[in-house]
Design a protein around this ligand. Structure first.
Ligand SMILES: [Mn+2]
Length: 414
């Protein structure tokens, strides 16, 4: 398996974004810096874990900070061999050519693409003469996704810490929600709350969406002022040791009554039903089904869609207002690696699997002739769950969901 580090990315000119390691490389090696390639070999008596690392460079280190000596890298990361990156192009093909298959994501890095091409060429000759040699390129996800989707105890501990930090920051940020405040003020409270508690930062672009902005699922401008009686949707999460939390709460800046309050209770009900469906042996399709039923019933009950509940669910009419899935895997990536469905059907939940539960209802302007009062309203409630031996643990359960409990927190900041 050949895993290159993520490239350093530039915001503009020579101004770099803060470096964030590649999830797969970090998962297998703990390596956190750029400019490296890891080679992992399942065959051969030697060099089963080889790291190519940037060379020491006194001048560069004055700007970018100290680098480890190859000997220190070997010791700290448990590699069998450590070579300077400059030797990768020449040494790489031989390390890869004698197995059957090379796990590598084609296109991940131009230099790795070249090494894989050379390894395949060398492997073809070797196969003809010795009966073994590289001739297949496989996506690393074919091996790693199935590992990553089941979290071990150390990973769950990191997810738990990301969740704990996020819950605390949400409590503070709810205090900033009031009519007249900028969405950006709430964003600042969330992200400041993450950082103050030692998180690396936000795991993804924070969403603070007031009123109709909440109908744009990935609204991230956070540049509007909160209107009187707006519902404010906050979707954010801390990244701790590269593991993500992902929480959404939607709260009113002022009064919430009538159809909009009903809609909140429908999403609340869907959230409750979806959480109840989480457990070993269930599937995320079951979880989504439980949420969808309550959403469908609620839409019919509110008169937002016509027909019977069965009809609505069958035809998918509810999807006009609930257009996304209820869950995604959660881990090193916010939308974490792992299949949701395999040849035999949906993946069954097992202890250690972590994911979100996030039903929602969105009524963009002009979308709901039957109940115009609902237009311009977006509501989502999202918590993070890890499956246990006998059920499910809601990692973000410390943050209330019911309006009766959320209300006192809203606008409470001085
Ligand atoms: Mn999410």
């Amino acid at each position: 398996m050949l895993l290159p580090a993520s490239e350093v990315r530039y915001k503009s000119g020579d101004s770099e974004y803060r470096y964030r390691p590649d999830s797969e490389l970090f998962y297998l090696t703990g390596w956190e810096e750029g400019g490296t390639v890891a080679v992992l070999r399942s065959h051969g008596a030697t060099d089963r874990f080889v790291l190519f690392v940037p060379e020491r460079d006194e001048k560069l280190e004055r700007w970018m900070g100290p680098r480890l000596d190859p000997a220190e890298v070997k010791e700290r990361f448990g590699a069998d061999a450590v070579f300077p990156m400059a030797e990768f192009r020449q040494r790489g093909p031989a390390l890869l050519a004698d197995g059957d298959r090379i796990h590598y994501r084609l296109g991940a890095s131009p230099v790795c693409d070249g090494v894989v091409r050379d390894a395949l060429r060398a492997g073809r000759g070797r196969r003809a003469r010795k009966g073994a040699g590289a001739y297949v390129v496989v996506d690393p996800g074919a091996v790693l996704d199935g590992m990553r989707v089941r979290k071990d105890a150390a990973e769950v501990a990191r997810l738990r810490e990301a969740a704990r930090i996020s819950v605390a920051a949400f409590r503070e940020a709810l205090g900033c929600v009031r009519a007249g405040a900028g969405e950006w003020e709430v964003e600042a409270a969330l992200e400041g709350g993450f950082r103050r508690r030692g998180a690396g930062g936000p795991a993804f672009a924070t969403i603070v969406a007031a009123g109709a902005n909440a109908c744009t699922l990935h609204y991230t401008a956070n540049s509007a002022r909160i209107g009187a009686d707006d519902l404010v949707l906050m979707d954010a999460g801390a990244e701790f040791d590269y593991y993500a939390a992902d929480i959404t709460r939607t709260v009113p800046a002022g009064r919430l009554e009538g159809a909009r309050q009903q809609a909140y209770e429908v999403v609340r009900g869907a959230h409750r039903a979806a959480l109840a469906a989480c457990g070993p042996g269930a599937t995320l399709e079951d979880v989504h089904g439980a949420a969808s039923r309550v959403i469908g019933e609620g839409l019919v009950g509110m008169g937002a869609v016509g027909g019977g509940v069965h009809e609505v669910l069958e035809s998918g009419a509810h999807r006009a207002f609930f257009p996304h899935q209820t869950s995604h895997w959660l881990g090193l990536d916010t939308h974490d690696a792992g299949a949701y469905r395999q040849a035999l059907g949906p993946v069954r939940l097992e202890p250690g699997m972590a994911f979100t539960v996030e039903p929602g209802l969105y009524f963009p302007p002009g979308s709901c002739e039957r109940v115009p009062e609902l237009e311009g309203t977006g509501i989502r409630i999202e918590d993070d769950v890890v499956i246990t031996e006998h059920g499910a643990d809601v990692l973000t359960g410390g943050l209330p969901v019911d309006l009766g409990e959320l209300g006192p927190l809203v606008g409470a900041a001085l």
